[in-house]
Design a binder for this molecule. Sequence first.
Ligand code: ATP
Ligand code: MG
Length: 418
Amino acid sequence: MKITDLFVKASKNVPVDEQATNAKLLIQAGYVHKEMAGVYAYLPLGLMVIENIKQIVRDEMNKIGSNELIMTSLQRKELWERTNRWSDQEVDVWFKSHLKNGTEVGFGWSHEEPITDMMRNYVSSYRDLPQYVYQFQTKLRNELRAKSGIMRGREFVMKDLYSYSLTDKDHDKFYQETIDAYNRIFDRVGLASSTHFTYASGGAFTQFSHEFQTECEAGEDIIHLDRKSKVAINDEILSDAMIKGLKINASNLEKIKTAEVGNIFSFGSKKSEQLGLYYTDGKGAKKPVILGSYGIGITRLMGVIVEKFADGKGLIWPESIAPFRVYLATIGDDKDVHHSAKKLYEFLQKEGVAVLYDDRDLRAGEKFATCDMLGIPYRLVVSEKTIKNKKFEFKKRSNIEVEFVNQNDLENLLAIKS
Ligand code: ATP
Ligand code: MG
């Protein structure tokens, strides 16, 4: 894509009413538009990043045998009353409204209740199980505070997966498969070493739920991590965890600021009993279905990645989720320079490399500043000098030094097989 065809331009203006680094940078670079506190629109570049993250998550969800669907945003009060989660005392983030006829409705902040109720239409026998379904959905939550930019939105994209299993044993197996899938996801977005599987509050008979917590100064959580044995405990349950007999050596625990990027939860059969989701087993006995729920905050993840990798010049995206892999610019107004750059642009496009071509008539410094702010992993420059030497100027966003590479080197660096 040519940068002149791209909506929207990066700007040097730092938004005054924004406190969070992630939102400041994303707004400046033209990825995100702030509608109001905690409510952000995703502009083309921002949407590309979201879609790239979603594609990785989708790939891993499909690998564990789950099916994508999409539930509704408007939800029935009666379902949430049955599980005692309609009242604002129980759930303090509800947005609610009512239909013209007065019927109260809720805006989806989570989907266990409607999805479980929906399953009643499709599950009646043991032959109908297991079922694993997931969605990407914009959740609406009336969060009290929204000071963390896109890391805590009142409107945000979540991936939520729900598992319906026959037995506790089947459930545990899938629960572990999901943990493995989550680890692969966080690895693929560049957060493997900084994301920790963490014991947290809640969960039916397991006594705990589990969170995926990423080390991040801008995060709102605190965990206690034993790096050696790879056990982490959310600060909220540290004393509980000791009581419940988790094997932890207090002297090895490191206290770390983190952001919760994922949360997985076993509900046991409680919710199915409350909502009436039963199956008949091989002997004709009626049994409640075992439910698990597994979230990943897609837009929070994007914010965490911004916070962790950005530098003084702007964003830095891991290659796996960057909106473009290569930024291509020319220096000078020479005809040959433009011709050579155009050829390279067309070559990269042909090879399926996502390339952003800066065809603006600006000084090199200004173009490079844009490239840095956008956070594109590789910068390629064509100039009179590079043409004379039959090379291209190549730089990684995270490096300071430039390299001069020939066509062959470039193809290797970008893993182009031609
Ligand atoms: P938190 O404790 O941060 O409020 P939560 O326990 O309410 O999170 P869940 O209901 O488990 O979160 O939601 C699943 C995932 O969605 C979380 O792990 C997090 O990554 C993300 N998430 C939750 N609330 C928000 C929000 N307001 N904005 C952005 N992402 C969110
Ligand atoms: Mg919350």
